[in-house]
Structure formats: structure tokens, C-alpha cells
Write a protein that binds this ligand. Structure first.
Ligand code: NOJ
Length: 507
């Protein structure tokens, strides 16, 4: 039996607003992406995950959906999407949509009707006379009052949570799923796939931090099982990949039971600081319990360059740690981390800009920031705008080749010129070429991972078939194994792997 396409795939995450703008309005769009399909093909990825591009007022840039079965005209509408899908498939690229089942937009017709007083529609959301004490994940209370009732929103007030205990909600999402599968997508990324159900009695949560009543309820597994049956009913291989932030890897494993999700992002590795022991333990846990869906970055976290380049940690959540960053060191470590991850058994989700070694934009002016996390959490968390700044394609020109407009929706810093993608293509030492080569060579990596012992705590090494992979986390070089060098994240002198480097060997 051949493996499903997604098992070893590299999927490139496109944050559409920031990828490429074809019509000059400063916001990326589907035509801009379509024009760059050759680029993605050349990089060597197998598929694309598109962040939500459905009609949306944009309170959370698309994660507040007002129509699940259409595409926002801002991105070109459904006809542009159909053209894009056809061309992506013609380029041999799979396409994943992003489904948002926990909440919609206040502009969704159901919620509008609910606000207008329709009781049946109110029951499709979580309205109560008395709010409980829950806090929203974006900061501030999780309830907003409308009349004599309050509604629950786990995220921004513009994102009312559905009531998944109402069968109309479940039926609706099965229809949505079929709509996109019938239209030709190859998979679905499921937004906060552990959150649809809340504690049946909406119990107060006395603690601070993670609120276990707000997510990860046993009922959610039945929804995912039904969706899996729907996906399996199609003649082609479809994947469902869950975005699931649960406290332990064992909790995550429950979502990956044989009749549930084929894939779930393994965030345990993403939040590991640059430390050999932590990486090795996390990879071991991930392989034994979480199926190997690796990722080091996405549109919600600080870019890996800036996480791994952190010299001192002064605050921020694990996904967006703050402190002094050494960018050159961060780039070097991010390249090493990429090469390590791309050698693991399983699939890898790359976030746009990683292939160029792009750092986080940490110093956006507050007046430019748009993320509701920033506006609701204030200085405690600067939010996610810094990883969403539009890509620099060229080192000159208006908005570095992203758009004809000199004013993209988030301002790009002058130093973006140093990371211009087109200047890196064909340049042997560039981060882009490192990714391209790794994506080609990883296709020969087969078989399970077998750890090798090393003589130092800051070095990890493993074998997969004839391949050996070695990562030096500390600054001091380590002797090379007896094998032929294949690829390295930093140039290696003979017989040693420098510090903060991953090297691949064969034979
Ligand atoms: C997770 C998404 O990745 C994030 O961008 C979004 O804000 C929340 N879910 C709410 O939909």
C-alpha cells in the first residue's frame, strides 16, 4: 500500500494577506499567490495551507468568518480561488483550507439573527443571563453583554463561540466540510480543534492561566470522528490537521487515535528553547505519541530566528518570548533547527518567510499593530503582527516587491531588504538554497529514527537508514561521523561540525 501524500509532505503555510499582492491594495491575494506557484514548486514544497480567506470583517484577519462557503472579494472571490486551485494542482501542489469551527464573526447571518432576538438562533451560540468568570484567550473577559444576556467568545468579542451542543451547528459544519472537499481541496487545517465543546455547566474556573473548562472536553472527539468518516468517504487521500494546544502530549495523542485526526501540529517542539536535551526529549515524545507533524513557526508565534536568537528572556508567552535577540545567532540556529526538523520522519509545516530566514519584526510602531491580542493584552503581549509583516521579495521597489503599493497593510522595516527572497535564489550560501536543497534531499530519507550516542550533552545525533543527522547546539565544534557530508546549515571545515549547526551525512 502506498503512503498517503501528506505523511512525509512539506506543506507551506501561506498567510495570504502577507504573501503577494497582485492588485496594489497593499493586501496579499489569491492572484498574487497564483503568480508565485512556480516559486513554491521551485522551492520544492508538496502543498499549501491557506489561512482563512472566507468573507470576514477582519477583526482577527479571517478567523472571524461571516460566510464559510465563499471567498472574500478582498482576495479575489471564489472565481479567483477556483483558478488558484486548478493551477496549484497543475503544479502538483496540494491545497489545504483552514476551517474555523469554534466561533464565527458577529457578521455571520446566524449571529445577526440571534442579536435581532431570534431565540432559536441564540441557541446556536452561548448566551446566558449570567456570565461566568472566564477570561478570553486574547485577554479581557470572555463575555460581552448585548441586552439582558451575555454571549461567550473565547477570543475577541467579534468572534462569538458556537454552541456545539445544538445539532444544527454540527450539521452545518459537515456541510461546510463537504463543500470544500467537493470543490477539490486536499485537506483541512482545523482551527483550535480541541475547543468546540465547553464544560457542560460552564463552571467558573478559579485558577489563572490555562482554563480546562474552556476546551478539551470529551465530546469534541465525536465531532472529529464524524469528520474523519466524511474525509475517508472520498476516493482521494484527504488530511485533517488539528491545531490543538492541550497540556500534555498524551492529551494530544487522544486526538490522533486511528479513527480521529490523521495529523495534529506538534507544538511541543515549537516551544522548546534551543537546548539539545529538550529537543531530543521532545522529538522522542513526538515520535512515540504524536505521529510526526513537525512545525517550528506559524502566524501566531514569534519567528524561529528571533526565538532561537534570544540571549535573555524577559517575558512574553512561550510562543512569543521577549528579550534581547542576537539576530545573526538566531538565523544560524534557525537554519540548524530547520535542517534537524526536515530530517525527521513525518511531515513538516513551513511558515512563509522561514525559507528566507526572516526574523520577527519586534519593533512595529504600536499605532501600526492590528492584532486583537495586542489591543486586548496591552504591553504584556505584543501580539502576532511581527510575524505577519508582508514578505520581502526584492531588496528594492515599493514594499520590497510585495505590492505595487508603497504602503502594505503592515509596514516593513528597511532591514527587510537584507532578506529579499529573489536575492537569495541561486545564491549557494543563502537560507533559501539551504531549504531548497534540504527539501530535495529529504525525499531520500526513509525509515525510523534511531538515536546515536554522542560524547557531549549539547550534541544530538540520529540515523535514518543510510543517513546520519547531527546537531551541535552549543558553540564548540564536534567531530564529524565517519560518513560522507551531504548538507550542513553552516559551512563545515573538514572533520568537524561547527557550533549551532546541523549536518547531514550519508553512508
Ligand atoms: C488560532 C489561529 O491560529 C489564530 O490565528 C486565531 O486568532 C485563533 N485560533 C482564533 O481563531
Amino acid at each position: 500500500m502506498t503512503e498517503p501524500w501528506w505523511r512525509q509532505a512539506v506543506v507551506y503555510q501561506v498567510y495570504l494577506r502577507s504573501f503577494a499582492d497582485s492588485d496594489g491594495d497593499g493586501v496579499g491575494d489569491l492572484e498574487g499567490l497564483r503568480e508565485r506557484l512556480d516559486y513554491l514548486r521551485r522551492l520544492g514544497v508538496d502543498g499549501i495551507w491557506l489561512n482563512p480567506c472566507y468573507p470576514s470583517p477582519g477583526a482577527d484577519h479571517g478567523y472571524d468568518v461571516s460566510d464559510y462557503m465563499d471567498i472574500d472579494p478582498l482576495y479575489g472571490g471564489l472565481s479567483a480561488w477556483d483558478r488558484f486551485l486548478g493551477d496549484a494542482h497543475a503544479h502538483g501542489l496540494k491545497v489545504l483550507m483552514d476551517l474555523v469551527p469554534n466561533h464565527c464573526s458577529v457578521e455571520h447571518p446566524w449571529f445577526r439573527a440571534a442579536l435581532a432576538g431570534d431565540r432559536e438562533m441564540r441557541d446556536r451560540f452561548i448566551f446566558r443571563r449570567q456570565p461566568n468568570n472566564w477570561q478570553s484567550i486574547f485577554g479581557g473577559p470572555a463575555w460581552t453583554q448585548v441586552d439582558d444576556e451575555w454571549y461567550l467568545h473565547s477570543f475577541a468579542p467579534e468572534q462569538p463561540d458556537f454552541n456545539w451542543r445544538n445539532p444544527a451547528v454540527a450539521e452545518y459544519f459537515e456541510q461546510v466540510l463537504r463543500f470544500w472537499f467537493d470543490r477539490g481541496v486536499d485537506g483541512i487545517r482545523i482551527d483550535v480543534a480541541h475547543m468546540m465543546y465547553k464544560h457542560a455547566e460552564l463552571l467558573d474556573w478559579p485558577g489563572t492561566g490555562h482554563n480546562p473548562h474552556m476546551s478539551n472536553q470529551p465530546e469534541v472527539h465525536d465531532v472529529l470522528r464524524r469528520w474523519r468518516r466524511i474525509a475517508d468517504g472520498y476516493a482521494r487521500d484527504l488530511t485533517l490537521v488539528g491545531e490543538i494546544w492541550v497540556p500534555t502530549v498524551d492529551d494530544l495523542a487522544l486526538f490522533l487515535r486511528p479513527d480521529e485526526l490523521p495529523q495534529a501540529f506538534y507544538f511541543d517542539l515549537l516551544v522548546c528553547p534551543w537546548d539539545a536535551g529538550r529537543f531530543r526529549d521532545s522529538i522522542t515524545r513526538g515520535l512515540s505519541t504524536a505521529g510526526g507533524t513537525w512545525t517550528l513557526a506559524n502566524h501566531d508565534v514569534h519567528r524561529s530566528v528571533s526565538r532561537y536568537g534570544l540571549l535573555t528572556r524577559t517575558g512574553g508567552p512561550a510562543t512569543r518570548p521577549r528579550g534581547e535577540v542576537d539576530v545573526a545567532l538566531g538565523v544560524r540556529r534557525a537554519r540548524a533547527a530547520a535542517l534537524l526538523t526536515l530530517a525527521l520522519p513525518g511531515s513538516v509545516y513551513l511558515y512563509q518567510g522561514e525559507e528566507a530566514g526572516l526574523p520577527e519584526v519586534l519593533d512595529l510602531p504600536d499605532s501600526a499593530r492590528q492584532d486583537p491580542t495586542f489591543h486586548r493584552s496591552g504591553p504584556a503581549d505584543y501580539g502576532r503582527d511581527g510575524c505577519r509583516v508582508p514578505l520581502p521579495w526584492t531588496s528594492t521597489g515599493p514594499s520590497f516587491g510585495f505590492s505595487r503599493s508603497p504602503s502594505p497593510w503592515l509596514p516593513q522595516p528597511a532591514w527587510f531588504a537584507d532578506y529579499a527572497i529573489e536575492d537569495q535564489i541561486g545564491h549557494p550560501d543563502s537560507t533559501w538554497e539551504l531549504h531548497r536543497q534540504a527539501l530535495t534531499l529529504r525525499r531520500d530519507f526513509t525509515g525510523p529514527l534511531e538515536w546515536l550516542s554522542t560524547s557531549r550533552d549539547d550534541v544530538i545525533a540520529f540515523r535514518r537508514g543510510p543517513h546520519t543527522v547531527l546537531t551541535v547546539f552549543g558553540p564548540t565544534p564536534y567531530p564529524t561521523p565517519q560518513a560522507t557530508p551531504l548538507l550542513a546549515s553552516t559551512p563545515c571545515p573538514p572533520n568537524e561540525v561547527p557550533g549551532n549547526t546541523t549536518a547531514w551525512f550519508v553512508g
